[in-house]
Ligand binder design. Structure first.
Ligand code: NFS
Length: 672
């Protein structure tokens, strides 16, 4: 009998806790309880099970043991990790491919309802690749850019073009290490080839190709996905939104969009505002259609349209449990198969839309860009028709939600620091150089039901803010902070270190910047590149006092992201178990790969990947790394006592003083 956990060991989110209790009351299983019942396999979890051929699976458990073909533990671990990275890179890059086809179709007026919304970004991206822009229409430029981007997938030789956007020194390291991606598809295919039975058997050599494949994602497919999403739907800028299950409305038709690609969700947003659809909903007895998002789709429409986020990865089942969801519309990635069975307890329709993803028992309405708006309306009408089937006796919506301000694209960060005429990263660099900002942490990635939902994200985020570390976020990590209220203007500033607080008050930003979905981790690469280009913090990404963390990771995409960040020079810390952890208490061969992706990769790329079970260790290692990088740059050691004497706090202190004393405090003299 599996051990049942305490409620706060499942989730720290009060809305989730309420729904977990509701599931228990109704006798419905969720990922939380399934995690209790399913103990992870300790051999597979350690990366030491090889099932690459029909002679196995070979389960290696003893020091020196080998598979039937003679494969050693480290070779098997390297193969398993590389295959996971390839799958993650494939998922995000394939998303980028679909966006490139959509850009092409939009440029040729073959995509119903789409338009080129951000012409300035189109021209800027085209300029990276010397695509002529003068005297040409946005459609002509977009057509050339789409062709160039589509070609990156099938390219066989040379270098994929976005790589040239990295710092010059970084590009040189990649060339020296022979890891510059030649073509996106080629690197993924070669991962599968090299890890087939009887192929590449040198762990370091296999993992070098994992680096090349991950780079094809970070400086390839994902970067292109972000570019095109901005061009088609607008580059994000701060906008007011809300997050958590309290955004679901009792008197409206509730449609949750879940998955990843903004192509469909943007059209559903447009369709939901169409007078025909609003009238249709009213005729069905509802006040209208209320959209909300789960996972990265939530982030895409939240940061551009202010559409609320119902929650992150572990909220997908819980949102249905409210009994008030007429339809959950899914496309690709992070969609639990359990949704269909769960929905049978309520009236919710699960609607699949991607030609790549079907769920048995779900309704399939295939999305085609030529008829996107028409299909989006059809999906919404299906949801509205289902409103009459809602059992009001089963409705229970937690009244928990928080406001937030997402939309900190790298373009907006650049603008906010200097305005239209002086847009620059100089103020950010100066704040790091002076020590007001000790360093930067990117806290990203998933929820994992093996640990309490949002707990690790939030403990790490809150402590780093106290330590004057500016936090940027994407993906489900960003939604965790949103639910906690850390993404709202100056909310939470009382919990922030004195130097960071001064910067937040001066610039008028939250201490945690929501930068988008997981494909938008490439925005973080761009920020780091611009920080390097601005000067004063070294000439390559590995010198910047910055760390990447995914405290609750679970997906293969997260491993691909970690690997391209390491290859870009970042120290990356993952929470929980390593997929190549080995069994240190039982074998000694098993930590070779674990050591290699840390020390070995650091020697080659300046970045490293490590796994840590406790938030305390994550925080300590983050701060040590930031301080080490500060020292290497010759920057003053972090000293919070030097700051906090200016900004809003200081002003409110001064306001309480008599005028003469106030002048003396400001000018150092009481005289006029
Ligand atoms: Ni990222 Fe987005 Fe969330 Fe993890 Fe899944 S939604 S792409 S993989 S679970 S952060």
């Amino acid at each position: 009998m599996a051990k049942k956990r305490e409620l706060n060991e499942y989730s720290t989110d009060p809305a989730a806790q309420q729904m977990i209790l509701r599931a228990e009351e109704l006798g419905i299983g969720t990922a939380f309880t399934r995690a209790d019942e399913m103990a992870p396999c300790n051999i597979g979890g350690a990366g030491m099970c090889c099932k690459q051929c029909g002679m196995g699976p070979c389960r290696l458990t003893k020091d020196g043991s080998v598979g039937i073909c003679g494969a050693t533990i480290d070779t098997i671990q390297a193969r398993n990790l590389t295959r996971a990275i390839a799958a993650g890179a494939a998922a995000h890059s394939d998303h980028g491919r679909d966006m490139a086809f959509l850009l092409k179709a939009t440029a040729n007026k073959e995509a119903e309802g789409y338009a080129i919304r951000d012409i300035a970004k189109l021209r800027m991206v085209a300029a990276y690749y010397d695509i002529p822009v003068q005297g040409r229409s946005p459609e002509e430029i977009a057509n050339d850019l789409a062709d160039l981007y589509i070609a990156q997938y099938g390219q066989q030789r040379g270098e994929i073009v976005p790589v040239r956007r990295a710092p010059a020194k970084r590009q040189q390291i990649w060339r020296e290490q022979d890891v510059v991606p030649r073509g996106i598809d080629r690197e993924v295919v070669e991962c599968l080839h090299r890890t087939h039975i009887g192929d590449d058997q040198d762990p370091e050599h296999i993992l070098n190709h994992a680096i090349r494949t991950a780079l094809a994602d970070g400086w390839g497919g994902s970067m292109m996905a972000t570019d095109i999403s901005d061009i088609l739907f607008g580059t994000p800028a701060p906008i007011l939104g809300q997050a958590n299950l309290g955004v679901i409305k009792q008197d409206m038709v509730n449609v949750v969009v879940h998955g990843h690609e903004p192509s469909l969700s943007e059209m559903i947003v447009a369709a939901s505002q169409d007078p025909e659809i609003i009238a249709y909903a009213k005729a069905a007895g509802a006040r209208g259609v209320n959209l909300s998002g789960i996972c990265c789709t939530a982030n895409e429409i939240l940061m551009r349209q202010g559409i609320p986020a119902a929650g992150n990865f572990l909220h997908q089942e819980l949102s249905i449990m409210t009994g008030a969801i007429e339809a959950m519309v899914v496309d690709v990635q992070c969609i639990m198969q359990a949704l269909v069975e769960l929905a049978t307890h309520f009236h919710t329709k699960i609607i699949t839309t991607s030609p790549k993803v079907r769920l048995k028992g779900a309704t399939h309405i295939e999305f085609e860009e030529e008829h996107a708006l028409t299909i989006a309306k059809q999906i919404l009408k299906t949801a509205i028709d289902n409103f009459k089937n809602r059992d009001t006796g089963k409705v229970q919506i937690p009244q928990v939600k928080e406001d937030l301000i997402p939309g900190f694209s790298h373009e907006y960060i650049n603008y906010m620091l200097g305005g239209s005429f002086r847009a620059s990263f100089r103020p950010l660099n100066d704040a790091i150089i002076s020590g007001r900002i000790r360093g930067v942490a990117a806290i990203v990635g998933c929820n994992n039901p093996r640990s309490s939902q949002d707990y690790l994200h939030n403990v790490v985020t809150k402590e780093l803010l106290k330590q004057d570390v500016l936090v940027v976020q994407t993906g489900c990590g960003a939604i965790a902070s949103a639910k906690l209220g850390l993404l709202l203007g100056e909310a939470g500033l009382s919990e922030v270190g004195p130097g960071l607080r001064e910067i937040c008050e001066t610039v008028g930003i939250p201490p945690v910047l929501h930068m988008g979905s997981c494909v938008d981790n490439t925005r973080i690469l761009t920020v780091l590149t611009q920080v390097v280009a601005e000067g004063g913090l070294g000439d390559d990404i590995d010198q910047v006092p910055a760390v990447g963390l995914a405290p609750e990771w679970m997906s293969e995409k997260a491993l691909a992201i970690a690997t391209y960040c390491v290859a870009s020079g970042a120290y990356v810390i993952f929470g929980g178990a390593s997929p190549v952890s080995g069994m240190p208490d039982r074998v000694s061969d098993s930590d070779l790969v674990l050591k290699y992706i840390s020390e070995g990769w650091e020697k080659k790329f300046g970045g490293k990947l490590e796994f840590m079970p406790t938030p305390e260790e994550m925080i300590q290692k983050t701060l040590e790394h930031i301080d080490k990088k500060r020292a290497a740059l010759g920057l003053p050691a972090y000293d919070p006592a030097r700051f906090g004497k200016s900004g809003d706090t200081r002003m409110s202190e001064l306001e309480k003083l008599p005028l003469a004393e106030r002048r003396a405090a400001i000018y150092g003299t009481a005289a006029d």
